[in-house]
Design a protein around this ligand. Structure first.
Ligand code: BG6
Length: 485
């Protein structure tokens, strides 16, 4: 028997973004604030970069009362809200088959649970989808990408409350009905696993909590609500748009042992299990046994309603999408307690790192693909992969980003090896085709794009777009279906 030698026909080549990092227009046409828009950029003269996980009730309240776009970079993004026709045209020029955006829940239901949706918000995304279809670009849509409406946080503490399930699934039903015929590929929660480490994915503040176990209790309860909401949304989608597919979205952290010491190997296995927990629930439809021990040892009690487990079992996702940027390496030398906090991360001497310390590991992508295909047997979709770098405009006025080309080339080569290994792969979306505001640091200077955006960390610049060398390279990759690298 033979094996596949090429990427499948209809492979979804493209790129990915998120509303809070591109749109701007945070208070326009009826939109209200999301949590992400309450996080400040770095203050001049300090190296501290605030993250959403630093957020407290008082910092959020202060942000709500500020109208400054400059202080809060996710309020201006890269102005996609006004420039989307130009941006989509650029993507079409590269030959994009698919483009991933997220919907800002707070643009459609400004407070999260309003009686009626905001028509101008719904219209905006309809316009964007129609613009994509003009060029035969398939929209791939994330329903929640790190931007809970701030009103949900202030009134209910976000996903800590069961009320979020009702509000969110009212929003999902609304958008499935509205975008029927326009969107086939959906996913529920971006990098759902990151909700285990902080506020940014669940909008649940931790002000009052002092112990690590109390924080874990809050986070895993919030995540349970997201699992339930995801299953309800999957059920709705299949009823409303039968031909559409729902995915989950995992930040895949491929974790290696620091040495062949069995304690290190076990530490890596535990780390991988904690990462796979989320896809075990969302793809297999069950809480895995190994989490019972984890929950018991951390005094976590997940409150469930009688039908929750049956619902999760009955409505798993159709495909598994994930982000992949780097791998991690852990040591188990200090004991093995199986918590996030206990993993000791060490650097991997075989890999080099980006300016932000992310260890570049293309082979890790192949390992991740092979492992996940073995474990789950559902189609996989790489929906984020990319390199944040400081780009310089050269004396010829251009950006020669060969490091970015090299990063993508080596990852696409390894992805192809995984296809040859037999992995069922739907597509490959790079993060991010057009420079945008970094999620973790709110910098503009951590650039990912094939297209440069003239904007600095303090919000100054024309926002004009300019293709980098990688733009023309990716165009060639797509037109050759990944053969000409
Ligand atoms: C992923 C997120 O974690 O990584 C994106 O889904 C994010 O929102 C991307 O932008 C890159 O991270 P950062 O922090 O460099 O923007």
């Amino acid at each position: 028997t033979d094996f596949p030698h090429h990427f499948p026909k209809n492979f979804l080549w493209g790129g990915a973004t998120a509303a809070n990092q591109i749109e701007g227009a945070w208070n326009i046409d009826g939109k209200k604030l999301s949590d992400a828009e309450c996080i400040k950029g770095a203050q001049p003269g300090t190296s501290h970069r605030p993250t959403l996980d630093d957020a407290t009730l008082s910092s959020i309240e202060e942000a709500v009362n500020s109208d400054s776009e400059k202080l809060y970079p996710k309020r201006h993004g890269n102005d996609f809200y006004h420039r989307y026709p130009e941006d989509i045209k650029l993507l079409a020029k590269m030959g994009f088959k698919a483009f991933r955006i997220s919907l800002a829940w707070s643009r459609i239901f400004p407070n999260g649970d309003d009686e009626q949706p905001n028509e101008k918000g719904l219209q905006f995304y309809e316009n964007v989808f129609k613009e994509m279809h003009k060029y035969d670009i398939e929209p791939v849509v994330t329903l929640s990408h790190y931007d809970v409406p701030v009103s949900m946080t202030l009134r209910y503490n976000g996903w800590a409350s069961r009320k979020a399930v009702t509000a969110f699934t009212n929003y999902t039903k609304t958008v499935f009905n509205r975008y029927k015929g326009l969107v086939r590929y959906w996913m529920t929660f971006n990098e759902i696993n990151t909700g285990a480490s902080g506020f940014h994915a669940t909008g649940a503040l931790e002000d009052e909590l002092t112990t690590e176990d109390e924080k874990l209790q809050l986070r895993y309860q919030a995540l349970h609500h997201q699992f339930v909401a995801s299953s309800i949304a999957t059920k709705q989608l299949h009823e409303i748009i039968p031909e559409a597919k729902m995915g989950c979205m995992l930040a895949r952290s491929e974790t290696y042992p620091a040495t062949s010491d069995p304690n290190d190997v076990l530490a890596a296995q535990r780390a991988n299990d904690l990462n796979y927990f989320f896809t075990d629930v969302q793809v297999r439809g069950e809480y895995p046994e190994y989490m019972n021990r984890f929950f018991a040892e951390h005094h976590i009690k997940i409150q469930m309603e009688p039908d929750d487990e049956a619902l999760i079992k009955r409505y798993p996702v159709d495909y598994l999408s994930f982000s992949y940027y780097c791998s991690a390496t852990v040591s188990g030398s200090h004991g093995l307690n199986f918590t996030n906090a206990d993993q000791v991360k060490v650097s991997n001497p075989h890999l080099s790192a980006t300016d932000w310390g992310w260890e570049i590991d293309p082979v890790g992508l192949r390992i991740a693909l092979d492992d996940m295909w073995d474990r789950y047997r559902v189609p996989l979709f790489v929906v984020e992969n990319g390199i944040g770098a400081h780009d310089q405009i050269a004396s010829d006025g251009k950006i020669h980003d060969d490091y970015r080309i090299q990063y993508f080339r080596s990852h696409i080569q390894q992805m192809k090896e995984a296809v040859k290994d037999g992995v069922s792969l739907m597509g490959y979306l790079t993060w991010a085709p057009i420079d945008l505001v970094s999620f973790s640091t709110s910098e503009m200077s951590k650039r990912y794009g094939f297209v440069y955006v003239d904007l600095d960390d303090n919000g100054n610049g024309s926002m004009d777009r300019m293709p980098k060398d990688s733009f023309f390279w990716y165009q060639k990759v797509i037109s050759s279906n990944g053969e000409d690298l």
